[in-house]
Design a protein around this ligand. Structure first.
Ligand SMILES: Nc1ncnc2c1ncn2[C@@H]1O[C@H](COP(=O)(O)OP(=O)(O)OP(=O)(O)O)[C@@H](O)[C@H]1O
Ligand SMILES: [Mg+2]
Length: 393
C-alpha cells in the first residue's frame, strides 16, 4: 500500500484524483491546485509519492530547489512534446515521468513502482482489536478512535477503524467528518464485498488512519449481516496493521462475528457497581460461553482513579481477572475535543487520557511486533529522461 498526493491544475486534478482512487494499493493522501500548499501538506504527511502536473511547475520556478530536497519521490505529469518539461523535471530531481498523452494507461504502473510503500508495510495479517462493553457511555468510541490514531503513530502502519455501532455509531462525528460512504453503502444489494469497494469506502481522518463509518440512518443497519462483517474485517486486515472495531453493547450476530474474528477484545468498564455487574456477566459469556482466553479478552478500566468509592483492586477481585489497562479520567478534554470535531489525541496530545492511550498503543505494538521492526526499502528507480525526451509516435 502507498499514498499519493496530487498537485495539479483544477480540471485535471479531479480526473487524477479519481484515477488514483482506482489504483490497487494506492490511497489518496490529498490534492491541491496550489504547489506551495501541496508541499506544505506533504511536509506533514510524507506521502508515498507526489504527482505534480508540469503546468504548476511552469508557474512556480521559485519552488524547484525546495522540491528537489523533499524526502519522498516526485513524479511529473508533462507533455512529451514540451522540451522544457525535461529541464524542469531534472531541476526538481523528479524520479519518474508520466506522459500527458498516455497518462490514463500509464499512471497506475508508474506510481506503483515509484512510490515508497507505507512504512512498516503490512507483511502479516493485521491485528483485529474489538472495543466492547456491556454498558453504554463508558468510553468505547473515545478509546477506539484515539487508540487507532496512537497505533498508527506507534506502529507506523495503516490503521482502520470500523464503526460497528451500526445504529447510532458516532466515530465519524468524533473525527469531525460527515462521511460520504458508509458500511451500508458498502454492503447494500450485495453479498460479496471486494478490496476496491472497501478501499473506496474508507475515509482518511489522520495520518495513516482510515475510518469505515456506520450507516447514516438506523434503519440501514438491517441490511448489514454478520457475513459482511467477516469479509470486511478480513479485507481490512490484509492492508492494515491494526483494525479497531468500535461496537454497541450486546451479543448481536454482528458483534459475535467480530468477537470471533478478532485477535483481542478490549472490554471497557468504569469504576461503578452497575457497570461492573454487567461487565462481570459479559466476561462470563466470553470465558465460559465462547471459551475465549484471558489473553484475548482484556479489561480496560476507564476513568480509573475517579473517586467513586470502588477501588481498582476491588474491581479485579470482583471480575476475577486482572485489569490490563487503566485509563484516567480526563475532565472536560474528551468532550471539548468531540465538540470541536477533532480526536482528543490530536487536539490535546498531552492530556492525561491521551498520554495513557499512547502508552497503551506502544505496549500493544511492542507485544505484536517486538521491538525490531522491518524498515521498508525504496525500490530502485528507472531512468525516465529517455522516455520524457522521446518524440510521440
Ligand atoms: N477517561 C475519560 N475522561 C473524561 N471523559 C471521558 C473519558 N472517557 C470517555 N469520556 C466521555 O464520556 C462520554 C462517553 O464516551 P464514549 O462516547 O466514548 O462512550 P461509548 O461507550 O462509546 O458510548 P456509547 O455506548 O453511547 O457508544 C463522552 O462524552 C466522552 O467524551
Ligand atoms: Mg460509542
Amino acid at each position: 500500500m502507498f499514498t499519493v498526493y496530487v498537485a495539479s491544475e483544477e480540471e485535471l486534478r479531479a480526473k487524477l484524483v479519481g484515477a488514483v482512487k482506482n489504483i490497487p494499493g494506492a490511497v489518496l493522501d490529498g490534492s491541491s491546485t496550489e504547489l506551495r500548499q501541496a508541499l506544505d501538506e506533504c511536509a506533514a504527511e510524507n506521502p508515498g509519492v507526489l504527482l505534480i502536473d508540469d503546468i504548476l511547475l511552469t508557474q512556480n520556478v521559485g519552488l524547484y530547489e525546495q522540491i528537489a530536497r523533499v524526502p519522498y519521490p516526485v513524479v511529473v505529469l508533462a507533455s512529451p512534446t514540451d522540451a522544457g518539461a525535461a529541464r524542469r523535471a531534472l531541476a526538481i530531481k523528479a524520479k519518474d515521468f508520466v506522459s500527458l498523452d498516455a497518462w490514463t494507461q500509464d499512471l497506475a504502473s508508474i506510481l506503483s513502482r515509484t512510490a515508497t510503500p507505507l512504512e512498516g508495510e503490512v507483511h502479516r495479517d493485521g491485528r483485529v482489536i474489538v472495543v466492547f462493553s456491556s454498558k453504554g457511555g463508558v468510553g468505547k468510541t473515545t478509546l477506539s478512535v484515539n487508540l487507532g490514531i496512537a497505533l498508527a503513530k506507534a506502529s507506523r502502519q495503516p490503521v482502520a477503524i470500523v464503526d460497528l455501532d451500526i445504529q447510532f455509531g458516532d466515530v465519524a462525528p468524533m473525527v469531525g467528518d460527515a462521511p460520504m460512504v458508509t458500511l451500508y453503502d458498502l454492503v447494500k444489494g450485495s453479498s460479496r464485498v471486494d478490496q476496491d469497494t472497501v478501499k473506496r469506502a474508507l475515509k482518511r481522518v489522520a495520518n495513516n488512519v482510515y475510518v469505515l463509518a456506520a450507516p447514516n440512518n438506523p434503519e440501514e443497519a438491517d441490511d448489514i449481516r454478520a457475513d459482511h462483517i467477516v469479509q470486511i474485517l478480513q479485507l481490512l486486515r490484509e492492508t492494515h496493521g491494526y483494525v479497531i472495531v468500535d461496537t454497541a453493547p450486546g451479543y448481536t450476530d454482528i458483534n459475535v462475528a467480530a468477537f470471533d474474528f478478532s485477535d483481542m477484545i478490549l472490554t471497557v468498564c468504569t469504576p461503578d457497581v452497575v457497570t461492573l455487574r454487567t461487565v462481570g456477566q459479559a466476561l462470563q459469556v466470553f470465558y465460559d460461553g465462547f471459551h475465549y482466553t484471558q489473553d484475548k479478552v482484556r479489561i480496560v478500566l476507564n476513568r480509573s482513579g475517579s473517586k467513586t468509592g470502588v477501588e481498582t483492586t476491588d474491581i479485579a477481585h470482583v471480575l476475577q481477572s486482572q485489569i490490563s489497562y487503566q485509563l484516567p479520567s480526563d475532565g472536560a478534554y474528551p468532550v471539548r475535543a468531540a465538540n470541536e470535531g477533532a480526536p482528543l489525541i490530536s487536539q490535546f496530545p498531552d492530556s492525561a487520557l491521551s498520554r495513557a492511550i499512547q502508552h497503551m498503543a506502544v505496549e500493544l505494538v511492542q507485544e505484536t511486533e517486538g521491538r525490531q521492526r522491518a524498515v521498508s526499502k525504496k525500490s530502485s528507480k528507472i531512468p525516465f529522461l529517455a522516455r520524457l525526451m522521446r518524440k510521440p509516435q
